[in-house]
Design a protein around this ligand. Structure first.
Ligand SMILES: Cc1cc2nc3c(=O)[nH]c(=O)nc-3n(C[C@H](O)[C@H](O)[C@H](O)COP(=O)(O)OP(=O)(O)OC[C@H]3O[C@@H](n4cnc5c(N)ncnc54)[C@H](O)[C@@H]3O)c2cc1C
Length: 304
């Protein structure tokens, strides 16, 4: 079967876009390893219009429900390993299957950025974590640090503080310039959060679990947990053969209507060079991709 539009990825960008694709009567398929994506890693979303306060998991479930209500076909459980374009058709290797589509929307998002310090890899899952919402409960009454200073780091420190005895936010810059003011105010009002600015972690130390960290100031601090929230890296290697234009961060360059440098190939969400990475932006890009794909296919049909 030849699909009209295949979304690769199962996060908010793909889910949001798929609703529009289906409403344009396109044969639409979502291919993903897991559904919901990165937003499910946050305990609190208060900035998605129409949903004043939900968990990330709840927001994802609303989008999944909405896509299913529009009869979007969703396949999950395998990974897309390779995408090529042969003539006018995209070929997508999903697990052992090859699927074909007239257009594709690349929405595989990002993975977490590592600190790259000694001890990080060895102690991952033994005190080192990249998801406060997932792991905060394991640190009841413990001392932890959060490495990072963007909005995600500040916001996720709040959930950590609900469980841990104390949270120290360690940030390499001298001020928090990227966090939402409301989250900063909450952080400042939380008694068991303190900050350590202009400081880098240089080593994570522990025999079988995290015991302490070293800073570039020469100091050491005894801690039970190290949470790392220092930005994310786009997942694009399976699209290499499309030779898409990317920026210096490896993000796929899209125009304001979600078009990439390859005709019929669109991209949406955190994988793109969108400066401000939030769910609403990714959903908007996904929906524009659906519209552009529909116009692209309509124009092709008129020509033939
Ligand atoms: C801690 C934290 C807190 C946040 N808080 C907020 C907030 O309050 N408000 C807000 O708007 N945004 C928030 N964000 C940002 C928001 O989560 C992202 O902008 C958004 O989820 C990105 O969606 P996406 O669809 O582009 O990618 P993702 O959600 O990352 O989805 C990508 C999908 O692709 C799948 N995938 C990846 N590779 C493959 C492959 N090879 N084959 C098949 N499937 C694949 C993944 O499993 C995943 O389902 C937060 C982010 C973090 C990390």
């Amino acid at each position: 079967m030849l699909y009209d539009m295949i979304f690769i990825g199962g996060g908010v960008a793909a889910l949001g876009g798929s609703i529009y694709a289906k409403r344009y009567n396109m044969e639409t398929l979502i291919l993903t390893d897991t559904l919901g994506g990165t937003i499910t890693q946050t305990h609190l979303v208060e900035n998605y219009p129409g949903f004043p306060s939900v968990t990330g998991q709840e927001l994802a479930e609303h989008l999944i429900e909405h896509a299913k209500a529009n009869n979007v076909e969703i396949r999950q459980g395998s990974r897309v390993n390779r995408v090529t374009k042969e003539g006018d058709t995209f070929k997508i290797e999903y697990g052992k299957e090859i699927l074909e589509s007239r257009t594709v929307v690349l929405a595989t998002g990002t993975t977490y950025r590592k600190l790259g310090v000694p001890g990080e890899e060895e102690l991952k899952g033994r005190g080192v974590s990249y998801c406060a919402t997932c792991d905060a409960g394991f640190f009841k009454g413990k001392n932890v640090i959060m490495v990072g200073g963007g909005d995600s780091a500040v916001k996720e420190s709040l959930i950590l503080a609900e469980h841990a005895a104390h949270v120290t936010i360690v940030y390499r810059k001298s001020e928090f310039s990227k966090a939402e003011p409301i989250n900063l105010a909450r952080m400042e009002a939380t008694e068991n959060i303190s900050t350590k600015l202009s400081t880098n972690v240089t080593e994570i130390i522990g025999e079988t679990k995290v015991e302490k960290v070293k800073f570039d100031t020469g100091e050491e601090m005894a801690v039970d947990g190290v949470f790392i929230e220092i930005g994310r890296i786009p997942i694009t290697s399976m699209f290499d053969e499309l030779n898409l234009e990317k920026n210096e961060k490896g993000e796929i360059i899209v125009n304001p209507m979600s078009e990439t440098s390859v005709p019929g190939c669109y991209s949406a969400g955190d994988i793109t060079d969108m400066e401000w990475k939030q769910a609403i932006g990714g959903v908007a890009q996904g929906t524009k991709a659906a519209y552009m794909g529909f116009s692209f296919i309509s124009a092709q049909k008129l020509k033939s």
